[in-house]
Design a protein around this ligand. Sequence first.
Ligand SMILES: NC(=O)NC(NC(N)=O)C(=O)[O-]
Ligand SMILES: [Zn+2]
Ligand SMILES: [Zn+2]
Length: 455
Amino acid sequence: MAAFDLIVRGGTVVCGDGCKVADVGVADGVVSAVGQELEGGAREEIDARGLHVFPGAIDAHVHFNEPGRTGWEGFASGTRALAAGGTTLGVEMPLNAHPPTTDAESFHLKLAAAERAAFVDFALWGGIVPGKVDRMEELAERGVSGFKAFMSATGTPDFEAADDLTLYEGMREAARLGLPVLVHAENRQITDALSHRAASTLRTTMRDYLDSRPVIAELEAISRAILFTSEVGCSLHIVHVSTGRGVALVAEARSRGIDVTCETCPHYLLLTDEDAERIGAAAKCAPPLRPREELESLWEAVLSGDVSFVTSDHSPCPPEMKAGEDMFRVWGGISGCQSLLAALLTEGHHRRGLPLERVAGLLSGAVARRFGFAGKGGIGEGNDADLVLVDLGESFELREEDLQYRHPISPYVGMRFRGRVVRTLVRGRTVFVDGKVAPEPAGRFVRPRREKGER
Ligand SMILES: NC(=O)NC(NC(N)=O)C(=O)[O-]
Ligand SMILES: [Zn+2]
Ligand SMILES: [Zn+2]
């Protein structure tokens, strides 16, 4: 009998401590050996010479809108895009699905939809919304990875933003349950009032939209979330931080012993306010794209290690919701989950010298550690064989027809990237190769390892 089900031969394996040419032996979907010239035979061999072997990316922030709004995306097309982009685990947000994931019933609907359709592994965030803090426990019991709250308006009426008391009490409950709280941190009063003022004076260009969500709105909300957390003692994670100053607030709190981390997204690292004006609706998001100085300060924070990890915040919608001239009316959200790894390789590694093991850490290792995804996050013996084979030198222009999204709308269309995903494996099974996604979905639900409380 062969020692392995699969050997990935001769690639440059990207591990936590650097890169080495090695074979990766896989048995039962798990990495069982990493070493030179593995012997013992395998039922399948993949020649990875000349390629880099990365741990599968973990995208901790995607909106796939299923059930209820599959016309916007859905688990099938969303996870196909993840597979094509080198992401082997996506953590899906509670809002934009209908019903949103705020209690046991809605959780089961989403879990069933994802189990039917997902091409890569998935985990689920629950929501903190007014009036439903007492339902968080049933979500925790069922395996959500943590809880998301919005401090500004959400854009969908079925998932209300958390007022301060809801956030505070939700954090207290999350602490009791041993799960993290994630916040969209923008001050609601400032962003709502400026949006209203702009709309009522018919100033609705992209520039007007950008001006309606100033940096201070992000900084104030991050500070308030940190203050609440320090009082309550939960784990806090700030999603999609768009400024270096925002990251600095998080780093400063962490240095005081507060359990807080943050992520940023490729769009804040590759695109500026001027790109938003040029591209239009496809580049509308919240917080908005920022001036070049902010992008540079964010890169400094990534390179220094103050940004914990990078996620796509993939938030798609149908084309008609991105149509029209009024930038306050069009959907806010960028489709980018297929470009996550390519974006970090291109701008981070090739242009700014970010070492490959740091790319792997920012996209995989740090995420798995933060959220307790045991067996994920790195190419090591005993871990799931979630692997991405990358041709690091190959450059390509992203075309609409390459996108697996339900709607091929993305600000990255037409951009050149360097570092092409050749093949993606989830638990040793190829889910993407030769430009094609596997025929059958086989993604599995991933529950977090909780720090406190009962499973
Ligand atoms: N309802 C959303 O999907 N919103 C998302 N939209 C963005 N980021 O523009 C988000 O994460 O805030
Ligand atoms: Zn958000
Ligand atoms: Zn989001």
